[in-house]
Design a protein around this ligand. Structure first.
Ligand SMILES: [Zn+2]
Length: 758
């Protein structure tokens, strides 16, 4: 904890400057006009107004945006599915570069299943393969249509038009609904959908067995086996301590693979036939068991694994991973690695992979493994048992990051609660299994980069190996032309996925954005939560690879935006020049940026070539959460019993701690219970919980805890100090030091390009 706060202080001092108050500007908080707002530089001012804090509606609701479609007959995509940084796209490339912020969108494709209609036929553009959507233009009295993405003309087929001269396109929901689904015709199914295949790899060293990790993993698998909608799953088991054990589930026997620890296993990555040179005693099919089969031998093996106790303290993670890859070599699938962070550093393969060893100076183990995975369609999920928060070399986490795998963590104390939740999450949603996601955008704009846990074939084409309801992907857009000609830009995301009934379906989400050259209109349309999420994802990926000060680019980017806005959109009078004026649409950005900077994910360790497991898990999580879960993860919220968010000021919260109801931050949710029970209060808590659930402000792995606030455990101790960033706290990057940094950044920019006085 001490090291954490010290590193924050140095981060804050180095990049944000000391947070000493300078002179107070009267009315600095006042609205300049309805479309912009001045940032507060000080905690208190002459009016004694409360400190800035987003309201519940700001954080939970998409807010009023410019109507995306002029026609009310069109059912647009749900804001829980797609949110864009810009509600109105800049018409010219030069406006995009002047504004200094990314243009992009965040999509949670399975985020709103109730809003999706079923259609009966797949109609696609002959030229760009885009799907039929409400924004096509009809030509030749409805005999042909212009694709809004490539602007080329397609003929309707006679069979599609049918005999509908009186009510053309009646019942064609794909022409009125922006989110629809359709069963994939036979030509989309090159091979029948495969069974989903998992290899669970569980460490069984003394530490892991003390925490009952094997027992909880087996328990979680057994409970999922009983669910009828998971019939298509096949799994294998590998355990490892110093040696690696595989289980012939057909015969119910375990087999120890010897020699793995001390001998080098060749991984031959051949362009044509990639394979791993490990000889297994039984045929591969014997190691797999399908969920719907009954087999006494398998049950016996599972019981055997659950009871395993080993006295070893060293573990061969790398060798066990290679065995899992060998098992998945022919089918593809997921290797789910349950490993203890304290044993990883002694693993021979990983030690060599760090690049410190003479055997493997290039760190080729990790890159060989991830190359192999991409060829064989294998994802590696890391489930890290946080025994000690030892840092690992950054490239260790590339195992999950580069193979489209997930990362999660648990501690020995919470193993019984967390492992079943994690296994369930990793097995993916039951509504959709693996899928291929493709983004198409109107001509002139294209996808330049993507963030999320998927395997990227191209920036606009991704393979997702286990779909999750909360998983969201972010895409950055770039302009390929100097100016967009069309007044609208269409973004379409299409997913070809397999259901748990092994049916192939196509899910299409289409969004149309107006294009404008009016700068104030563009500024008014910005979405602070989508923008801060994309900044956080860019920083998270930077932190996972190289960057030492990952959020700095976002802060500078925002500074440049504020500078541009102040030059273009405010009157330029002297009174305004001393204030930091931001578009009203971005009024919560400083608080959100503070929250991201102070979030667990960006805690700086002393060595930037290494990352602690906890931090790595948080960074990977930031890369893949939907917007609601992202807000819940970064933004601490304190609710009073009336259900409104209280500002994060310790003094005022302490004053009214008898009114506090729920405290939510990161993956913790505290329900504050009164000293004496009160049914009225319990009802209020239920109402707020419901509100949180409805607006999805819950983390998927949230822990609920009931607590009684008393003088001995005041609220300021419940919430770690770094979350108090809305007051002048010494150890964090706080709101005011961030605003000071912005202002110094803007001063620098103004010096570079001196403006003549009016
Ligand atoms: Zn087209």
């Amino acid at each position: 904890m001490k090291r954490e706060s010290e590193s924050f202080r140095s981060y804050a001092n180095e990049f944000l400057g000391p947070s000493s108050p300078s002179q107070v500007l009267p009315n600095a908080h006042a609205m300049i006009n309805q479309n912009c707002i001045a940032l507060r530089r000080h905690q208190t001012d002459e009016q004694g107004t409360t400190i800035p804090s987003p309201s519940f509606e700001d954080l939970a609701f998409v807010g009023e945006r410019e109507p995306i479609s002029s026609s009310s007959a069109i059912r647009t995509t749900s804001p829980y599915v797609i949110r864009t940084t810009h509600g109105v796209l800049p018409a010219a490339k030069s406006i995009v570069s002047d504004m200094h912020i990314p243009v992009g969108f965040v999509i949670c494709p399975f985020g709103a299943s109730s809003d999706i209609v079923n259609v009966s036929e797949v109609v696609r553009c002959f030229h760009c393969a885009g799907y039929m959507n409400p924004y096509v233009n009809f030509k030749e009295q409805g005999r042909s249509w212009e694709c809004p993405m490539c602007l080329r003309i397609n003929e309707f087929t006679h069979s599609y038009l049918g005999n509908q001269t009186e009510k053309p396109f009646h019942g064609k929901l794909e022409m009125s609904h922006c989110s629809y689904e359709v069963a994939a015709p036979a030509e989309y199914i090159i091979r029948p959908p495969q069974k989903r295949t998992y290899v669970f790899v569980v460490e069984n060293t003394a530490d892991s067995c003390d925490a009952n990790v094997p027992k909880h993993v087996i328990g979680a698998i057994q409970s999922l086996m009983r669910e009828p909608e998971r019939q298509d799953v096949a799994f294998a088991l590998v355990t490892y301590g110093r040696f690696v054990q595989v289980y012939d589930l057909k015969l119910g026997i375990s087999q120890q693979l010897s020699g793995l620890v001390d001998e080098i296993i060749p991984i031959t990555i051949d362009e044509d036939s990639a394979s791993i040179g490990i000889d297994l005693p039984s045929p591969i099919s014997h190691y797999f068991h399908a969920f719907h089969e009954t087999n006494q031998n398998c049950t016996r093996s599972l019981e055997h694994v659950a009871l395993l106790r080993s006295s070893e303290s060293s573990a061969s993670f790398g060798a066990a991973l290679l065995v899992a890859l060998r098992l998945l070599e022919n089918t593809g699938g997921k290797a789910v690695m349950f490993c203890n962070t304290s044993t990883l550093s002694s693993d021979r393969f990983l030690r060599d992979a760090g690049g410190n060893s003479a055997d493997d100076p290039e760190g080729t183990f990790i890159s060989h493994v991830t190359n192999f995975c991409s060829k064989k369609n294998i994802g590696i999920d890391l489930v890290l048992h946080l025994k000690s928060n030892v840092a690992q070399p950054k490239n260790f986490y590339q195992l999950a990051l580069n193979s489209g795998g997930e990362m999660s963590n648990f501690t020995a104390e919470n193993a019984s609660m967390d492992i079943p939740k994690i296994v369930r999450l990793l097995m993916g949603s039951t509504c959709a299994l693996e899928c291929v996601l493709r983004v198409r955008v109107s001509d002139g704009v294209s996808v330049s980069d993507a963030f999320g846990s998927s395997f990227a074939v191209n920036p606009d084409l991704h393979v997702i190996s286990s779909c999750q309801r909360h998983a969201a992907y972010a895409f950055l857009l770039k302009y390929d032309v100097e100016a967009l000609k069309s007044p609208y830009c269409v973004i379409q995301v299409a997913l070809l996925y397999t259901t748990c009934h092994r049916e192939r379906r196509i899910l299409v989400h289409t969004l149309q954005l107006p294009v404008s050259g009016q700068i104030d209109r563009i500024y008014n349309s910005l979405d602070g939560i989508a923008l801060s999420n994309i900044w956080a994802r860019m920083a998270a990926r930077g932190a996972l690879i190289t960057l030492a000060k990952p959020m700095l680019r976002a802060l500078d980017s925002f500074g440049s935006l504020v500078n541009h806005f102040n030059q273009k959109c405010t009157s330029g009078s002297l009174a305004h020049r001393e204030k930091l004026i931001v578009p009203a649409s971005l009024k919560n950005i400083p608080a959100l940026l503070c929250a991201v900077c102070n979030s667990e994910a960006f805690v700086n360790g002393p060595d930037t070539s290494q990352l602690s497991a906890l931090q790595a898990v948080n960074l990977v999580r930031l890369l893949s959460l939907d917007l609601s879960s992202y807000v819940a993860m970064i933004y601490p919220m304190v609710f009073d019993i009336s259900g409104s968010i209280l500002p994060l000021a310790s003094e005022s919260l302490e004053r009214q701690d008898d009114r506090l109801a729920i405290i939510s931050f990161g993956n913790m949710l505290y329900v504050v219970e009164p000293q004496t029970s009160s049914s009225e209060r319990a009802a209020a808590v239920d109402r707020i919980l419901e509100k949180l659930v409805n607006s999805r402000l819950f983390m998927p792995l949230c822990n609920l805890q009931k607590t009684v606030l008393s003088a001995s455990s005041p609220i300021t101790e419940l919430i770690p100090q770094k979350y108090w960033f809305l007051e002048h706290s010494k150890n964090t990057i706080n709101y005011y030091s961030l605003v000071d940094y912005l202002s110094s950044r803007i001063d620098k920019l103004r010096c570079k390009t001196p403006k003549t006085e009016r």
